[in-house]
Design a protein around this ligand. Structure first.
Ligand code: HEM
Length: 336
């Protein structure tokens, strides 16, 4: 006779699912409309000021969404500073000397803590700020789903294992994005974020002088553009010198895709999207139809923003550190 009791493996599975769904926040638009009605307008305002101070900073903030969401979900783990007991993500291979403008996120957090303390998570700030960066640069504007919690720790190792290199080819990128339920169209549309911002010589010298160990440049680069890049990034030069990721680096538009078609992609991971057959059709489509790019980009950003780890979290007071243990209120007569 079969026992009515649940088998142990099934019980464990149910418990894990319960734990994951408990940790997983229900995201929705307008999440702060009653608890912090000015949250979204405050983020936009700080981003606008940051843009006036340094136009590139908003591209740098936008990039944070990708680097946060791919590593254990969009949980603000990227924003945590290292501690004596935790190596965080800021110094991971793809991030060190590269991610920037964390101080803009700090500024947003300070502004929000002033109007509604302890309410808006750092993870949600990243999502709102990324949307605002695109909208402020002339790209699409959209409604974001909010309600994320901030992680309690970060992992440099996880970031190292997950984030792609600028040398990546389209096949490996398709494979990586599919692990996050993101399609080939999502990959190409999201790479269109390189319509704004800059990259370092460090990220491209291999393709200028020694593509795939050949001792020769990447043949996909247009010769005139290569000359420009060679001048900007001479062999043995300063790897921290930066170049524009497309020809209109402060406007969010489809120029990035037009540049790829012309062999003028900055990163190998960009140009490979045109040389690969599977991704090329999307590059061509987006180069011809900006509205289709904007549409696919928004869908991709929302999908990427939905990635969650299911782990428990909190609303950090300071995006760089987890909240300390709650201080006990000592009531002398209760201690008796
Ligand atoms: C498809 C895989 C991707 C790869 C391999 C990649 C790689 C890179 C690299 C190497 C840089 C330049 C970093 C440097 O030289 O210091 C960069 C810059 C940038 N990336 Fe990506 N990226 C990818 C996808 C994305 C996505 C999905 C987003 C956002 C949705 C994004 C947003 C940005 C932005 C805005 C910049 C410029 C940042 C600045 O000016 O500070 N990237 N990316």
């Amino acid at each position: 006779m079969k026992s009515k009791a649940m088998s142990i493996p099934l019980l464990l599975f149910v418990l894990i699912v319960i734990q994951m769904t408990m940790g997983e926040a229900q995201l929705c638009p307008g999440y702060y409309s009653t608890t912090c009605p000015k949250a979204e307008s405050t983020v936009r305002e700080v981003m606008r000021k940051a843009m006036i101070r340094e136009i590139r900073s908003i591209a740098s903030v936008m990039r944070l969404q990708f680097h946060d969401c791919f590593v254990n979900g969009c949980d603000g783990s990227l924003l945590l500073d290292d501690t004596p007991t935790m190596l965080g993500e800021k110094l991971a291979l793809s991030n060190i000397n590269s991610l920037r403008s964390f101080e803009v996120v700090d500024e947003i957090k300070v502004a929000l803590e002033k109007i509604c303390p302890g309410v808006v998570s750092c993870a949600d700030i990243v999502i709102m700020a990324a949307r605002d960066a695109v909208a402020l640069s002339g790209g699409p504007d959209w409604e974001v789903r909010l309600g994320r919690k901030d992680s309690l720790y970060a992992s440099q190792e996880d970031s190292d294992n997950i984030m792609p290199s600028p040398r990546a080819n389209a096949t490996s990128l398709i494979d990586l994005f599919s692990k996050f339920n993101l399609s080939t169209e999502d990959l190409v549309a999201l790479s269109g974020s390189h319509s704004i911002g800059k990259g370092r010589c460090f990220s491209i010298v291999f393709r200028l002088y020694n593509q795939s160990g050949s001792g020769k440049p990447d043949r996909a680069i247009d010769p005139y553009f290569r000359e420009k890049l060679d001048n900007l990034c001479p062999l043995g030069g300063d790897g921290n010198v930066t170049g524009n990721l497309d020809a209109t680096p402060t406007y969010f538009d489809n120029r990035y895709f037009k540049d790829l078609v012309a062999g003028r992609g900055f990163l190998n991971s960009d140009e490979t999207l045109y040389t690969n057959e599977e991704t090329r059709k999307w590059v061509v489509k987006f180069s011809e139809d900006q509205a289709a790019f904007f549409d696919a980009f928004v869908k991709g950003m929302v999908k990427m923003g939905d990635l969650q780890s299911g782990r428990p979290g909190e609303v950090r007071k300071n995006c760089r550190v987890v909240n300390g243990p709650k201080k006990r209120v000592s009531v002398p007569w209760l201690a008796l």
